[in-house]
Design a protein around this ligand. Structure first.
Ligand code: TYD
Ligand code: MG
Length: 452
């Protein structure tokens, strides 16, 4: 019998080494190498029936196939870049219990209603369990075929027999190729399975959605190794104890990665949140210092978000600073601007900045709002309820222009705000007439005079 060869594979990035190492030289993670015995890793990969393709002239390629199919969920369509592209491979990642299976079952149901055949393969739940869930959500359809199977060979046979338009694999960590020695969920298994699915997607034009669990423990290969292989990577996030879920694209070959989709988990499955600004502002306390509302752009959509700051007198030598949802270094910089340009004695205070609703602010237009929240908490004076604050702040304390100002102002108006603090450079170039009171400010001092 041939001697079994073993190799060590990093479970984070897939780096292969002949011997074990404590630290991965590729991704610098510690303790991620796992031993894998490979006997014949060629099993399914070489049995593919794909014929050799010849290159085609770009102008001759017909684009009819590029029509996108709506998922019936606007939030999901937007994150996908305008619907499902036929023959694409989409990875949906997220913590266990966040609602990935629910989302894909709803998607299957909606797509099934458009006369498409769906094969839903689950390696985690029995078909009875899936049916039960579908019943509860009102997502039963005769176009959906359910299969509870882990063996990749059997799955491939079934795909050939049924020839679906859409395939769901829930989850990639549970499927295995019997010709590969390592356990399901290991890097080789996950990579092999994804390779097969990629061939199905591109070769047969079947759209494939893959579920991938993300775990911090190194034992299961995270979907990180898959990210290179698929067209689109979506992350489903949120606190599983709270009902709101955020879907974001971290990679998308067919659209922007800036878009967010917001859902609410109800007892009948996931519901789209039509007006995220309203949802994000719903729990806002009135008349409390340290709270400011900003208008952030998430992709093409403006979103009103509450930023909170809390300053408390420090009892230690070095004051603490913490930021959730905002960039820590940015917050520290903005505090330095307040100290230097406005003379606030922030060195005596611990400062905590929090962005409500699990939103991560990643554009500088929120600077002025963060500054206002900090100054409001420092002076213990609340900011008027109806104010939205927009503007980037530079190190000299100047307020700089931001993009998409009209969209941000309109969103504020739509939600009943009556005052908008905006950069002067945006203000003087505004063409539309807004029914909301606008203040164009040149620097932080001017802004704070109006706000508090
Ligand atoms: P699930 O889709 O199974 O999560 P994942 O596939 O990401 O592991 O969702 C699990 C959670 O969602 C579970 O805690 C129950 C909750 N849930 C509802 O609240 N309402 C529903 O209608 C469904 C189907 C699930
Ligand atoms: Mg699941």
């Amino acid at each position: 019998m041939a001697k079994l060869k073993s190799k060590y594979v990093c479970s984070e990035c897939g780096c292969v080494s002949p011997k074990w190492m404590g630290k991965c030289p590729e991704c610098n993670q510690w303790n991620t190498f796992i031993e894998e015995v490979d006997v014949k890793e060629t099993g399914l990969a070489s049995s593919s029936s794909l014929s050799i393709l010849t290159p085609q002239k770009m102008n001759d390629i017909s684009m009819e196939d590029e029509i996108r199919l709506s998922t019936g969920l606007n939030e999901l369509d937007r994150v996908l870049g305008g619907g499902i592209v036929k023959g694409s491979l989409v990875l949906v990642g997220g913590d266990p219990g966040i609602g990935k299976s629910t989302l894909l079952l709803q998607l299957s149901y909606n797509v099934a209603g458009k006369d498409q055949k769906i094969l839903y393969v689950s390696g985690e739940e029995s078909i009875k369990q899936i049916k039960l869930r579908a019943q509860r959500m009102g997502a039963e359809s005769e176009n959906i075929y359910l299969l509870s199977e882990n063996n990749m060979e059997h799955i491939l046979t079934n795909i050939q027999n049924i020839n679906p338009d859409l395939l769901v694999i829930d989850s990639i960590q549970t499927v295995y190729n019997p010709n590969i020695m390592s356990a399901p969920g290991s890097v080789s298994q996950v990579r092999d399975a994804t390779g097969n699915l990629l061939r199905i997607a591109k070769g047969d034009g079947i759209t494939v959605f893959i579920v991938g669990h993300v775990t911090k423990a190194g034992a299961i290969a995270g979907p990180r190794v898959l990210e290179h292989m698929v067209d689109t990577v979506l992350y489903f996030e949120g606190d599983s104890h709270m009902s709101y879920r955020i879907l974001r694209a971290v990679k998308n070959r067919f659209g922007s990665t800036n878009e967010l989709g917001i859902f609410e988990m109800t007892d009948q499955g996931l519901k789209e949140v039509i007006n995220p600004s309203q949802m994000l502002l719903s729990g806002r306390m009135k008349g409390v210092s340290g709270s400011a509302v900003i208008a952030s752009m998430e992709g093409t959509r403006p979103m009103l978000v509450e930023v909170q700051a809390l300053l408390s007198y420090t009892s230690f030598g070095v004051p603490r600073r913490a930021a959730t949802g905002a960039d820590y270094n940015r917050v520290v910089m903005l505090m330095a601007v307040l100290e230097k340009r406005l003379g606030l004695q922030l060195q005596n205070y611990d400062a905590y900045v929090n962005v409500v609703g699990g939103i991560k602010l990643n554009e500088p237009s929120s600077d002025l709002g963060i500054i206002a929240a900090i100054a409001s908490s420092y002076r213990d004076k609340e900011i008027d309820d109806g104010t939205v604050i927009i503007g980037e702040v530079g190190l000299a304390g100047e307020v700089r222009a931001v993009s998409h100002i009209e969209k941000r102002i309109s969103e504020a108006y739509k939600l009943g705000f009556n005052k908008c603090i905006i950069p002067y450079n945006n203000y003087k170039n505004l063409k539309d007439d807004f029914k909301i009171k606008l203040y164009g400010v040149k620097n932080v001092e001017e802004a704070l005079d109006i706000i508090i």
